[in-house]
Ligand binder design. Sequence first.
Ligand SMILES: Cc1cc2nc3c(=O)[nH]c(=O)nc-3n(C[C@H](O)[C@H](O)[C@H](O)COP(=O)(O)O)c2cc1C
Length: 170
Amino acid sequence: MDVLSAIKERRSIRKFSSKPVEKEKLNKVLEAGRLAPSARNTQPWRFIVVDDKELIQRLYHASQDQHQVLEAPIALVVCTEGLNRTMMCGQPSHTVDASIALSFMMLEAQEQGLGTCWLGMFDPNMVRAILDIPEDVMVMAITPLGYAEEIPEHRSRKSIDDIVYYNGYK
Ligand SMILES: Cc1cc2nc3c(=O)[nH]c(=O)nc-3n(C[C@H](O)[C@H](O)[C@H](O)COP(=O)(O)O)c2cc1C
């Protein structure tokens, strides 16, 4: 699959089957994150693969009982190590880096026929306690990972004309 096709076909999956994810496919998803670019090549991300049912149940509660966490066989928790550095442009590099890594992993998951759903709605302190994540490590995002039971309709996007400007803002 070419990259644009993967981008076009990806959806946030909120209904998963319990079918396990093959180790080979999981490793390809993780490899896509490993190879992502990062500011000064610091690679601050750490990926926690959670496939223990009891831990997943607790992550589900930490994520406001979002049922997709409970259904999928894996919850992938994306963290960043070290203090968040602000780049000269004013943006926090660790958050940007980890976002790129997760985006790459979501696209590789699509390539592997797997579904994901980026979750920002979770209590990071609860997740830290559940997974023994140190205080100075940020929990950036969670995605369930598994086979989709239901693929939702494409959600609309703004047109190119609405978002792209040439030679100035507007
Ligand atoms: C930073 C971020 C946080 C999100 N948090 C959640 C979430 O907590 N729960 C959820 O169901 N979807 C969440 N989403 C998914 C968005 O709702 C979804 O990407 C958007 O509606 C577009 O739909 P699509 O991904 O199917 O194209 C999040 C997406 C992003 C990028």
